[in-house]
Design a protein around this ligand. Structure first.
Ligand SMILES: [Zn+2]
Length: 278
């Protein structure tokens, strides 16, 4: 069953911070949502990749996400390589989202802005009918003498299934289905101080979205490790709330999440345009 919306991000907990409320809102409307994390979080100051995998499953459950998977791209080294584009393109063909949410294309953390370009280029490749992704992945694997067959090739190249995935989530099919491109790509811009082209009202989802972030106990519970760079838990609440209120206020609602779209906005009915002007 295809996804309606797939959110892609560099790190587990990025989606929870930038567009978790929107994903939850869409799930509540009956859409199938998914999250693709490019890395597993092994470089994090706090906790291990295993902790993060467990926490990511819990966060996905809280956000009513139907599918979540983490690739094995090295944490802190997200690079826009052919191999990585193929890995992401394979997920796009398999999950067939209509809407793809990417991180904004500029930022402080190189993994974040690289994930943006990587995601866009992978979405393009996923639509090329003559590009055989399974062959591409096998091509990579034939360079490794101890790996034979698509299944092993996939295992060695980013498709090992993370432990404790949701019941029907996380697994990838042995054969990639045909070409697919998302209809719409939007950029979650919360990490970057840019003017969003639209915001999504998450007033009704704010508390649950915050709970999904707090599911990352290894990251956000007060502790000694990284106390110089991580804010205290009480601070996190204040920060997350201020950001959501800031964007909400500008659209006349309490809490919102910001997005950028590159295309022009299109309206049919001037009387249906939301957000009061004066
Ligand atoms: Zn991140």
């Amino acid at each position: 069953m295809p996804l309606d919306i797939l959110a892609l991000a560099a790190h587990r907990d990025d989606v929870e911070q930038t567009c978790g409320g929107t994903l939850l809102k869409m799930a509540e409307r009956g859409y199938r949502t998914g999250i693709l994390d490019l890395t597993q979080g092994e470089m994090g100051t706090r906790g291990t990749a295993k902790d993060r995998a467990r926490e990511a499953v819990e966060a996905a459950r809280i956000l009513k996400v139907s599918w979540r998977h983490a690739l094995d791209i090295p944490d802190g080294r997200v690079e826009n390589t052919w191999e990585n584009r193929i890995k992401v393109a394979r997920v796009i063909r398999e999950q067939r989202p209509r809407v793809l949410i990417l991180p904004y294309w500029e930022g402080r953390h190189p993994d974040h802005y690289t994930a943006s370009v990587l995601g866009y280029e992978a979405a393009f490749l996923a639509g090329l009918a003559k590009l055989d992704l399974d062959k591409e992945l096998r091509g990579v694997s034939t360079a490794l003498p101890d790996e034979q067959g698509a299944d092993k090739a996939l295992k060695g190249h980013g498709f090992s299934r993370a432990a404790n995935m949701p019941k029907d989530g996380g697994a990838l099919a042995p054969e990639t289905p045909g070409p697919h491109r998302p209809f719409k790509i939007i950029y979650a811009s919360l990490y970057r101080d840019v003017r969003p082209t639209f915001v999504v009202d998450i007033t009704g989802q704010f508390e649950t979205r915050f709970a999904s972030l707090m599911a990352y106990k290894s990251q956000f519970a007060d502790q000694q490790a990284g106390s110089g760079i991580f804010p205290a838990q009480a601070d996190i609440r204040a920060r997350v709330e201020s950001m959501a209120r800031f964007y909400g206020m500008q659209a006349g609602v309490t809490y919102a999440e910001p997005f950028v779209q590159k295309e022009m906005g299109l309206f049919d009915d001037l009387l249906a345009i939301p957000v009061k002007s004066i």
